[in-house]
Design a protein around this ligand. Structure first.
Ligand code: GLU
Length: 136
């Protein structure tokens, strides 16, 4: 069962998000990830298979940010890999998405996106939704 944490406020987002992920660890998961939206344009995203502590070990020089999302994943679509861990983004890298559950019509949505030239980079149903939001 996955876990989702989001933060927007006056504090530094990353410590809040990581503490949220640690509190959700009891639910069980196979990978974890975080996306920050710093003041400068662009998203800063890090993901890792394994424990929240494995993710934390990859968080070198994070930017200051007061807005972010984080996720612990329990895979339903696609293997347990860094690339399939959440957050997922649209092609332009403007949208970052974490998601709990299953997108039942993933195959149809994926087919429509690919027909329009969108290249998906993960095996997950979640990326389909991130790409759709980005496209529209
Ligand atoms: N279906 C999504 C995936 O496989 C989300 C799974 C979950 O709820 O963690 O990445």
């Amino acid at each position: 069962m996955c876990g989702i944490v989001g933060y927007v406020g006056h504090r530094d987002a990353l410590p809040v998000l990581l503490e949220g992920l640690r509190r959700l660890e009891y639910r069980g998961y196979d990978s974890a990830g975080v996306a920050l939206r710093p003041a400068d344009p662009g998203l800063w995203i890090r993901k890792s298979v394994g424990r929240v502590s494995d993710l934390t070990a990859r968080l070198e020089a994070p930017p200051a940010a007061r807005l972010g999302i984080a996720h612990t994943r329990w895979a339903t679509h696609g293997g347990v890999t860094d690339g399939n861990a959440h957050p997922h983004t649209d092609a332009a890298g403007r949208v970052a998405l974490v998601h709990n559950g299953v997108i039942e019509n993933m195959t149809q949505l994926k087919g429509a996106l690919e027909k329009d030239g969108v290249r998906l980079v993960s095996e997950t149903d979640t990326e389909v939704l991130a790409q759709l939001i980005g496209r529209y």
